[in-house]
Design a protein around this ligand. Sequence first.
Ligand code: CDP
Length: 242
Amino acid sequence: MAKDDVELIKNGKRLDGRKFDDLRKIKIEVGVLKRAVGSAYVEWGKNKVMAGVYGPRELHPKYLRDPTKAHLRCIYNLAPFSVEDRKRPGPDRRSVEISKVSAEALSSVVMLEKYPNAGIDVFIEVLQADAGTRCVGLTAASVALADAGIPMRDLVPACAAGKVSGEIVLDLMKEEDNLGECDLPLAIIPRKKEIVLLQMDGKLTKDEFKKACGLAVDGAMKVYEMQKEALLSSINNVRIEE
Ligand code: CDP
């Protein structure tokens, strides 16, 4: 049973009617911000997240410049109105941590060596949050980087799994995240079959951990297909203005 004895699973179904291995509904739009070099907007369940990419461009402060490669920075921001209790505006420890791990995950696929001394800025703005926002942010950011035409080895799809009322389930929503026993978000590089982000909040046995990881990787692979589909249809929709 979950914390506070809340019944999160009834008759084999979750609170929103999903099966244990179902993702929430996901919609990915490409090229939504006019002033960004690349952008993407992702709705994932009740999450609404915008990602914008600026650069490659001159990097300031100068001491960050690296003559061998570009420096990729990421800023993850949870808007004050995105959560139930208003969030104090500005960075906090959580957003600094998510920004750092997201930048590291994205840096592992972007061909930074093509832009020595330059800076690439990735902004992830969470407009509405309902758990899993770091996964949604990374999913949106890697599509935005591809939309910017920045050479990449692959996309970085992400998804969480976890433990709710004793069951290992995919893609936790807010109630499950708050009241469940464990949340395990991860991000992958599908072509290399590598995990580039793995975090865990809660407790799992070794077998449960393996099962949750497998489920989250399968979920991320489904997200990967949706990312590619969104990028392909954005290319097909390009009209050359006369
Ligand atoms: O969003 P994610 O699951 O990646 O991160 P989390 O720290 O596990 O947060 C889970 C959820 O808690 C968020 O998606 C928000 O819905 C909520 N939250 C909140 O209400 N207020 C905050 N200051 C931070 C998170």
